[in-house]
Design a protein around this ligand. Structure first.
Ligand code: 1HN
Length: 352
């Protein structure tokens, strides 16, 4: 018989390896490559993320943020941000495989100039209050714990007319847009003139109502300001009226009030309350998740490590790794992940 398998079997061992290598080199010149050499690394039994668990402590970051404020102006930097780079993804400007995060500092009197891009962004207020951001001409004054959306392709700029520095957590879908090669950006012509305060935005969309006849033009929530006071109050009512979920306590997801879907089509955002003394059951899901601590102290136990967190710390739980949340005192956690993308593609899974 002279089937290909029979002739391969005859060569065997080292000779076979050499033959194969030579073959790969030959086809490689024409940009072909054998699948069988990489198949098992590509289609793994379970998620095999390069993302590692990590904790960034405010106590360590705050002096560095202040130092960055002395080294460069917001104007020169365009955005003065310390990127939270995942230890398993160094050099790749991201906190998980699919999402970017950084802490942005804006000092009194500074202006971060207007631009727009196809990437969607979230801002979560970490420190200080009174600075503003403008979203397509609507200005919002931000306070600690507020969640703000900068939709894809919306002009935005930030300013601080107070006498206090302000820091927020930026979350962007940069790696997702990058893998799709769908990115565009444009600078704003001049300083944006705020046409309206975001109180109007909240009045239109923030009361489970909408202007009569309103139709969405995009998938992003038309409500772009979710003030902390309302979120916190909702969680407090829940804590007084129902038992906490064994794994995540009392947890609410931010929604687009018009569609009921996630507030940002590529980034899922949530806020949860863990009552003091809470010891969570272990949990894992396919969406690597970034947590920002608003109130309280506790621990995230993951991969044999204890990430002991306090207010304004940020930590990340990679895809599919089981972790447990524990709270010493009442703890409020903001979180974000790529869950909406995974759900849209029927990929999202969880386990307890
Ligand atoms: C951006 O536009 C902002 O507008 C912050 O504040 C961080 C990171 C990468 C790309 C664009 C902002 C960013 C960003």
């Amino acid at each position: 018989m002279n089937t290909p398998n029979a002739s391969l079997a005859k060569v065997g061992g080292e000779g076979q390896q050499l033959q194969r290598r030579a073959f790969y080199d030959r086809i490689g010149e024409a940009h072909c490559t054998p699948l069988w050499e990489v198949l098992h690394g590509l289609v793994t039994k379970e998620p095999n993320t390069p993302c590692l668990p990590n904790l960034w402590q405010w106590q360590q970051l705050w002096p560095w943020l202040q130092e960055s404020g002395r080294l460069i102006s917001a104007k020169e930097a365009e955005r003065r941000v310390l990127v939270l780079e995942n230890p398993g993804l160094r050099g790749r400007t991201r906190i998980t495989h699919s999402l970017y995060a950084g802490l942005q500092l804006i000092l009194p009197g500074e202006l971060a100039p207007a631009h727009r891009h196809s990437q969607s962004a979230l801002r979560f207020m970490m420190h200080g209050s009174g600075a503003y951001t403008t979203v397509d001409g609507e200005q919002v004054t931000m306070s600690e714990g507020d969640f703000i959306i900068t939709p894809s392709w919306a002009f935005h700029e930030h300013g601080n007319t107070t006498d206090e520095p302000m820091v927020w957590l930026d979350g962007l879908d940069l790696p997702i847009v990058e893998v799709l090669d769908a990115q565009f950006r444009e600078d704003g012509a001049t300083e944006q003139v705020a046409q309206q305060h975001a109180g109007t935005n909240l009045a239109r969309f923030g009361n489970t109502m909408k202007p009569i006849g309103y139709k969405s033009r995009t998938k992003t929530s038309p409500l772009f300001w979710y003030p902390y006071a309302r979120t916190r109050e909702a969680l407090e009512v829940l804590r007084n009226s129902e038992d906490p979920h064994p794994s995540w306590g009392h947890k609410l997801q931010y929604t687009n009030p018009v569609t009921g879907d996630w507030a940002i089509p590529t980034i899922g955002t949530c806020m949860q309350l863990l009552p003091g003394g809470f010891v969570g059951a272990s949990y894992g899901s396919t969406d690597s998740t970034v947590y920002a601590v608003v109130e309280g102290t506790g621990r995230c136990v993951i991969d044999g490590r204890e990430l002991a967190f306090g207010p304004k710390d940020v930590f990340v739980c990679p895809s599919w790794m089981r972790y447990r949340l524990e709270a010493d005192s009442d703890t409020v956690l903001f979180s974000f992940s790529d869950r909406p993308v995974q759900e849209a593609l029927d990929l999202w899974r969880e386990r307890f």
